[in-house]
Design a protein. Structure first.
Length: 432
């Protein structure tokens, strides 16, 4: 089978968009399988930046079919804005370049109201969500009340679902969140219209299409959103998102079995970042943290929030390797570390006076750990845009070798800048 999963190995924003764009030159199909427009995936080609929230990052490659699978929560208005922006740029000229699963869950206006109002009420205890309605939309899916993409093409079904949903949501919105109730008729008309605009992208079952394509040896990339440590079951709960961000989500979110996946590539920065609240053992609260934040332009691609920055954490990375079954890594943003005299990497934690090397599953425990660091000599040679490993300074190579040895898997890709070209290919992608 020819499936390759690209998955975030940290708390998101590792550079998945860049990697998927780079890999897509060799792929036939690219699939987004979970999350929604909480994601912000950045692609840079010849200095031209494109930020995608819902559309798979293979879209700049005309021969790729991009699929939004049923595991995704979809805000139709956001998707239409994104489609129109790409059309204006001359990208997405053929509507069947983008296919949307009939079974995808819709994010409705009440999901956004609930998400934002809940965060407001939590105050200092808030999760720091993106406010895009992700959690409430997945809740409705789990409680079998969700409006699906296919409902936009069945006026009666949509009306009936909205009537049931709004009876409950409006009660909550008015009486608990003290906000204005929504009208079934207004929502119905608006969403029927959004459906008319998106109908050209409809596909009943992308899992079927992908499995047939795989039989014909077509190459398929599964593009993860968020990151391992934001996974609903395996992340730093409750400071997580509401989907399965780990590689297994590619199968459940698309409708394929695990044997369709041949490789699982974990994307990690050469350091660590996190947006939103929650534990982050290697976080830097000093000048170095600030320097990394500035040099790496660490602002969220979705909300514009400042990303918290810290050293690379191998305890967390080893955990990501296990829960995703990673077969290799892509090491991103190595260029950002240039100029630092000393680099540090966490190789273990101290917790209540004892050394631990396995990632704790409790956020409370993680909050209380103290990293044990190994130090490295930095480098000063400019490596921006380097595309050959041999051109990296010895100190950078030593840093990479140490990581690879410690975690037991190698780097297929090393990234030295945001642009597509600033990429070192260590290993070919689809070679068996
Ligand atoms: P994603 O959510 O995992 O796709 O990552 P984001 O797009 O949210 O954030 C990654 C940011 O780092 C984007 O601004 C990218 O353009 C940028 N980026 C990716 N790789 C590199 C790299 O190797 N070096 C530098 N300096 N920037 C990079
Ligand atoms: P990409 O795909 C980084 C974080 C939010 C918050 C938590 C829950 O670009 O890597 P949500 O809105 O999902 O309910 O918020 O998850 N978060 C991300 N952090 N990158 C992302 O996506 C994220 N998507 C959600 O900041 O802490
Ligand atoms: Mg991002």
């Amino acid at each position: 089978m020819s499936g390759i999963v690209v998955v975030g190995a940290q708390w998101g924003d590792e550079g998945k968009g860049k990697v998927v764009d780079v890999f897509s030159s060799q792929a036939d199909i690219v699939v987004r399988y979970q999350g929604g427009n909480n994601a912000g995936h950045t692609l840079v080609v010849n200095g031209q930046k494109t930020v995608l929230h819902l559309i798979p990052s293979g879209i700049l490659h005309k021969r790729c079919t991009c699929i939004i699978a049923s595991g995704v929560v979809l805000d139709p208005e956001v998707l239409i804005t994104e489609i129109n922006a790409l059309k204006e740029k001359g990208i997405l000229t053929n509507p069947r370049q983008l296919l949307i699963a009939d079974g995808a869950t819709l994010i409705m206006p009440y999901h956004k109201i609930i998400d934002q109002s809940r965060e407001e009420r939590l105050g200092r205890e808030k999760i720091g969500t993106t406010g895009r309605g992700i959690g409430p939309a997945y809740e409705d899916r789990a409680s079998r009340k969700a409006v699906l993409f296919r409902d936009l093409f069945d006026s009666e079904a949509l009306k009936q679902k909205l009537t049931v949903a709004l009876e409950e949501k409006n009660f909550l919105i008015e009486n608990f969140f003290r906000s204005r109730p929504l009208s079934v008729a207004e929502l119905h008309d608006k969403y029927m219209e959004l459906g008319r605009q998106l109908e050209v992208h409809r596909i009943d079952d992308p899992g079927l299409m992908i499995s047939l394509a795989m039989k014909k040896k077509k190459k398929v990339l599964f593009e993860g959103a968020q990151g391992t440590l934001l996974d609903l079951l395996h992340g730093t709960y409750p400071f997580v998102t509401s989907s399965n961000t780990v590689a297994g989500g590619a199968c459940t979110g698309t409708g394929l079995g695990p044997s369709s996946v041949k490789k699982v590539i974990g994307i990690t920065k050469a350091y660590t970042t996190r947006v939103g609240t929650g534990p982050f053992p290697t976080e830097l609260h000093d000048d170095i943290g600030e320097l990394i934040q500035k040099k790496g332009s660490e602002f969220g691609a979705t909300t514009g929030r400042r990303r918290r920055c810290g050293w690379l954490d191998l305890v967390a990375l080893k955990y990501a390797i296990r829960v995703n079954g990673l077969t290799s890594l892509s090491l991103m943003k190595l260029d950002v570390l240039t100029g630092l005299d000393e680099l540090k990497v966490a190789v273990g934690y101290k917790y209540k006076g004892k050394k631990i090397t396995d990632f704790p599953t409790s956020a409370k425990v993680l909050e209380g750990v103290e990293p044990i660091y190994k130090s490295f000599k930095g480098w000063s040679k400019d490596i921006d845009g380097v595309s050959k490993k041999s051109e990296l300074p010895k100190e950078a190579k030593d840093y990479i070798s140490f990581i690879e040895k410690q975690v037991g898997i190698g780097c297929d890709i090393i990234s030295t800048g945001p642009d597509r070209k600033a990429t070192i290919w260590v290993k070919p992608l689809f070679k068996s």
